[in-house]
Design a protein around this ligand. Structure first.
Ligand SMILES: C[S@@+](CC[C@H](N)C(=O)[O-])C[C@H]1O[C@@H](n2cnc3c(N)ncnc32)[C@H](O)[C@@H]1O
Length: 413
């Protein structure tokens, strides 16, 4: 039985936290707190590693390192100079700091400025190394070797609580590596995966059509899920081809991994497992031809989807069609029809009516031609949702970036 002796935080799009907690539990984690935008959990190091490699919902995974109380910016600096930075990063590594506030700091307080807080922490790290090693490491904003997150929580009164964490991932995990081409308003990869889970798509018994696939995010995420291919499969492949580069995750540079022989072995085993399950998954998908289909009316969107499918190695197994979603029929099998229509954020005169007609047209089409099937509509335009004119069986709230969105599910009889 593994001990739950380390604390981690996995961030996620808001609205998907419960699904993330479930994913983490399946990987062996014990959730301690679910907050808006993420899940705090306890687990052994390999559980965190699995979260990074297997979670379809997490955006990033952080490891808690230090926590201390601060009253002002000087405390923040002094507390940080007590941390043994040498055990957290190597001198030759570049680093980045991001400071966030758990709650809004008190008014007129120096901690209202995250840039200023970043600077204080950077000074503490640089001064620590100058003092102990005689040299200082460098800051790198875009692609650092080591990335720290500092969170300052206010509580009801001072002192604040400063928490220093490792960002184990670097680039967010939703960047799977297949999105080489974008259309307008693409949905984040982990939001798409989350929606497919929210509506409980059952790949064994239901086909999957995205009527307005844009750059192909939903069909790609659906295929990966159906085939049991880890969302990290492309990153894993890249890493195995370029082992000396210590990328694409920042944890590859951390003593968290490099000094832990057991964890290193586990990591290698997991990479092997992911490569093997990817090969098997792609074989499985070859037998599912025609069951996962993307459609879009726009030629540009289809060009983009095609490029992304190719990058994802799924171009031979996912079909693409080009018709108006309002004439697209279900497959012979029971079908889940997902649709993410344009939101119409900046509507010119007359366009609102057109958009209403599009949403209404979808509702009418489903009502008449999708009996016995299911539909799910994802939109950031809550007004337009009413134009569909069907009673939804369930509605879910979630955020795509900072846009307040809904997923409406329809059981069509
Ligand atoms: C918000 S985007 C979808 C983004 C997509 N989920 C992604 O991740 O890239 C909406 C898409 O609907 C398509 N579209 C608009 N009207 C359509 C129609 N009547 N039939 C099919 N596709 C349509 C647009 O071309 C656009 O690609």
């Amino acid at each position: 039985m593994k001990k739950y002796n380390y604390e981690y935080f996995a961030s996620s799009p808001s609205g998907l936290e419960e699904l993330l907690a479930k994913e983490l539990a399946d990987l062996g984690a014990k959730t301690t707190v679910v907050v808006r935008g993420g899940v705090q959990f306890e687990g052994s190091h390999d559980v965190a590693l699995k979260a990074i490699l297997f979670s379809r919902i997490a955006s990033r995974v952080f490891k808690f390192l230090y926590q201390y109380e601060v009253n002002n910016e000087q405390d923040y600096y002094l507390g940080a100079t007590e941390i043994k930075w040498k055990s957290l990063m190597d001198l030759e590594h570049t680093f980045r700091i991001t400071t966030i506030f758990g709650d809004l700091p008190f008014e007129r307080d120096e901690f209202r400025n995250s840039q200023f807080a970043n600077l204080k922490l950077k000074d503490a790290i640089v001064d620590y190394f100058r003092h102990h090693e005689g040299v200082r490491p460098s800051v790198e904003k875009d692609s650092p070797d080591v990335s720290f997150l500092a969170r300052i929580d206010r509580g009801d009164e001072k002192p604040y609580k400063a928490t220093i964490m490792y960002d184990l991932c670097g680039d967010p995990l939703n960047q799977r590596g297949y999105r080489v081409s974008k259309t307008e308003a693409p949905v984040k990869e982990n939001v798409a995966a989350g929606i497919i889970k929210l509506v409980k798509w059952d790949p064994e018994n239901e086909d999957f059509i995205d009527g307005m696939c844009g750059s192909g995010t939903f069909v790609i995420e659906a295929a990966l899920m159906a085939a049991g291919i880890a969302p990290s499969y492309l990153r894993v492949e890249w890493h195995l081809k370029n082992p000396a580069q210590n990328k694409p995750w920042t944890f590859l540079n951390y003593q968290w991994l490099t000094k832990d022989q057991e964890l290193l072995k586990e990591f290698k085993d997991l990479l092997k497992e992911i490569s093997e399950s990817t090969a098997k998954g792609l074989e499985k998908l070859a037998g599912m031809k025609g069951r996962i289909v993307g459609n879009d009316l726009s030629e540009m969107s289809l060009i983009s989807a095609r490029e992304n499918l190719r990058e994802a190695k799924l171009d031979k197994v996912i079909g693409l069609t080009q018709v108006d979603a309002r004439v697209l029929n279900p497959n012979q099998n029971k079908t889940l029809f997902i649709c993410n229509p344009p939101y119409g954020e900046r509507l010119e005169h007359g366009e609102e009516e057109k958009l209403k007609a599009l949403y209404k047209g979808l509702g009418d089409h489903w009502k008449h031609n999708f009996k016995g099937h299911r539909a799910a509509l994802f939109t950031g335009n809550l007004q337009m949702l009413k134009s569909v004119g069907l009673k939804s069986s369930k509605k879910h709230m979630l955020y795509n970036g900072d846009i307040d969105c809904r997923v409406a599910e329809y059981n069509l009889y």
